[in-house]
Design a protein around this ligand. Sequence first.
Ligand SMILES: [Zn+2]
Ligand SMILES: [Zn+2]
Length: 320
Amino acid sequence: MRAMRLIDNQLQVTEVPRPQAAGEALARIEYAGICATDVAIAKGGYASFSGTLGHEFVGVVEAAPDPAWIGRRVVADINIGCGRCADCAAGNARHCARRAVLGIRGRDGAFAEYVALPAANLYAVPAAVSPLEAVFAEPLAAAHRILEQVAAPPGTRIGILGDGKLGQLIAQVFHAHGAAATLIGRHARKLEVAAQLGIPVRLAAELKAAARVFDVMVEATGRDSGFADALRLTRPRGTVVLKSTFHGAWSLPPSAVVVPELTIIGSRCGDLSKALDLLARKAVRPTVLVDAIYDLEDGIAAFRRAMTPGALKTLLRASG
Ligand SMILES: [Zn+2]
Ligand SMILES: [Zn+2]
């Protein structure tokens, strides 16, 4: 089968054997999404990964130990725990120290014609959700994760810093939740995408001199300036949620957190069933973020597109 692999830090679309699915499910990929993490890995700045990239996908199961899965459209939790440690036993494979992560850590991912995964990681896509919507389930779950971590009762002022793919999904999730959330970014064109959905937006430049504006600030810029900006815009005793898997170093005086008594929360992967529920209810509209769809064969060009400043979601179409 065809797969887009990172070999010696070089991206290549190449022929590889179809994954062996002994004891696991094998899904034929329909769409896969390129996210900032993939770009960071390909640039060599994230993890020393070698193999098939890709962790955002929707596909159809072709083989599985339990035949009930066969023929079903699925998305998947990307964390594969060891199954033996205390974290795994507590149902917390996401934090298993020995976990593999699809297309990120120790496991071939979904930029391919087929992917193999434990059936326990699969979530059936409801009939009301199209493949083009379902491919957003993984990043949407990561966006929804914030609602599991932060109380946002009515009246909470929420700012989301970063108008990229993840910031947009976070803004949509809060908007669907009925929260007063403002998306703050540097690109008028991207902010317009959110504004079209009725989400309040602000240009970051307009808030350069502002401070202590929001009760909750979500940092999703992927930039080195994001942390300081998020702290500045948070009111005393407010909460800063960090979503960027930014791998540079943030430096700032501890007093910027200590004096205003800020709470800082790291936030990563979320519950896929929550994302599928949002999609089935049409509470969010992720497909407005699709910039371009490339065939897997043209994956290198797709990556180039995804790296273009101002780009939103680039998808790969794997079936054909
Ligand atoms: Zn991702
Ligand atoms: Zn484990």
